[in-house]
Ligand binder design. Structure first.
Ligand code: NDP
Length: 455
């Protein structure tokens, strides 16, 4: 039974459950229904105390977590999130999504997630380093290259991975690929920082082509939320492919083009955003630096109802960042493709709006959930593990080509599975949320059956 005290986890569970129920999966494979309560309980959860000293020499304390959800397909794999809102419900939802996402990459990786309610904003580099060291002092007992390989997520980027990896190495006296997202000179993979954003755009490229053969990102208007790792690289790839980025945002507000017929964000503007975000500054601090009149800065707002007519929406900030009402406005403004860079970016109500519209007007709109569309990050993390094990480094071009292949295969798996298990009457665009959930679930289920975890 899922406890109602875990709203985010319950939402992720219900989304999976409902889409499986609304397909022919349990008619065709009735035995799999028994697996749902089993797969929905993590194999293990580790919770721990993290004490660290601030720059004034005062002791501080935070909660540390690692949810080791499922290790059927490989070592637990999933990021670490440092954000004041982190709690077990959020980490369980993220870990649950991660199981099926990782299965969709086709790589040998299980699912997990972890983090802390530590807030990196306003902290000095030394405070972040001391926190990471203390966090890893306990976590290092529970992870390892063949056991559990964390990566970054919100609030955990290259700097934090460096401090965490250094701490692990000191505590364990071993150099192993225990974290991904490492620096290039100490075991990292080229393209890992870019992977989630690039992969998202590669996935949407396939959606565009499938919906209308020969069509592409060229001249498409693309609304993006967030301005962190995922949003920055998604925006750069959209621009490279000839699309126009009309919005970016952060937790305090949004920049939206004042006239969405004018030139969109430039790579130089995105580089300025990357620079201030590394220092945990607000987007608003750039208002006076950008060309006068080019953008509207909307304090406290998300972009969706302010972007006007657009073709593509890429939520890339955090969970539940598109509400049912915002989804309805996007639909009314003609959005055709919605794909999540963030995990569970859309509320259940928003997904219902997108899915209902897809069925009502075949070919009009297509929604892709994060567990398929943002799988590029963990996919390149899997490639980083492979390079570490083989003691080799692939070139940018090699990694980028493999990432693209994985995203294309993931898209095709979602489409083909949705068609195979569909109970819909329409012959329009197949449901990618159903395809992703069913394909991921079947793959893990088969593994669990083979390993005797359920029978
Ligand atoms: P970053 O920390 O680099 O950036 C997060 C962005 O989202 C920032 O712009 C931040 O604003 C904004 N944000 C965070 N919390 C909130 C909130 N509660 N409300 C509004 N905006 C918020 O994280 P990532 O770019 O790595 O992650 C973004 C999303 O992508 C997350 O959902 C993550 O789980 C998902 N993801 C990330 C992957 C990766 O490889 N990094 C892989 C797959 C999914 P501010 O700067 O003001 O805090």
């Amino acid at each position: 039974m899922v406890l109602p005290s875990e709203p985010e986890f319950e939402q992720a569970y219900n989304e999976l459950y409902l889409t499986l129920e609304q397909s022919t999966l349990f008619e065709k494979k009735p035995n799999l229904k028994k697996l749902l309560p089993i797969i929905s309980i993590p194999e293990r959860i580790i919770q721990f105390r993290v004490t660290w000293e601030d720059d004034q020499g005062i002791i501080q304390v935070n909660r540390g977590f690692r949810v080791q959800f499922n290790s059927t397909l490989g070592p637990y794999k999933g990021g670490l999130r440092f954000h004041p809102t982190v709690n077990l419900s959020i980490l369980k939802f993220l870990g649950y999504e991660q199981i099926f996402k990782n299965a969709l990459t086709g790589l040998s990786i299980g699912g997990g997630k972890g983090g802390s309610d530590f807030d990196p904003k306003g902290k000095s580099d030394n405070e972040i380093r001391r926190f990471c060291d203390s966090f890893m002092r306990e976590l290092s007992r529970h992870i390892g290259g063949f056991t559990d390989v964390p990566a970054g997520d919100i609030g955990v980027g290259g700097r934090e991975i460096g401090y965490l990896f250094g701490a692990y190495k000191r505590y364990k006296n071993t150099w192993e690929g225990v974290l991904t997202g490492k620096g290039n000179s100490w075991g990292g993979s080229l393209i890992r920082p870019e992977a989630t954003g690039y992969g998202l755009v590669y996935y949407v490229e396939k959606m565009i082509e499938y919906a209308k053969p020969g069509d592409s990102f060229k001249d498409k208007k693309v609304a993006i939320s967030g301005s962190g790792n995922v949003a920055q690289y998604a925006a750069l790839k959209v621009i490279e492919l000839g699309g126009k980025v009309v919005s970016l945002s952060d937790s305090k507000g949004a920049f939206v083009l004042a006239d969405n017929e004018s030139e969109g964000f430039t790579p130089d503007e995105i580089a300025q955003i990357a620079q201030i975000k590394l220092q945990h500054k607000e987007l608003a601090s750039l208002e006076s630096k950008f060309k006068a009149g080019k953008f509207k800065y909307l304090a406290g707002e998300r972009p969706w109802v302010h972007v006007g007519k657009i073709d593509v929406a890429l939520p890339s900030a955090t969970q539940n960042e598109v509400s049912g009402e915002e989804a309805a406005v996007l639909v009314a403004n003609g959005v055709k493709f919605i794909a999540e860079g963030s995990n569970m970016g859309s509320t259940m109500e928003a997904i219902e709006v997108f899915e209902a519209e897809r069925q009502k007007a075949p070919g009009s709109i297509w929604y892709a959930p994060g567990k398929a569309a943002n799988a590029g990050g963990v996919a390149v993390s899997g490639l980083e593990m492979a390079q570490n094990s083989a003691r080799v480094s692939w070139t940018r071009e090699e990694v980028d080509a493999k990432l693209k292949d994985i995203m294309v295969a993931c898209f095709e798996t979602c489409v083909n599975t949705a068609i195979e298990y569909s109970s819909e009457k329409t012959d329009g665009l197949p449901s990618l949320v159903k395809g992703a959930n069913i394909a991921g679930f079947i793959k893990v289920a088969q593994g669990m059956e083979d390993l005797g975890d359920f029978y």
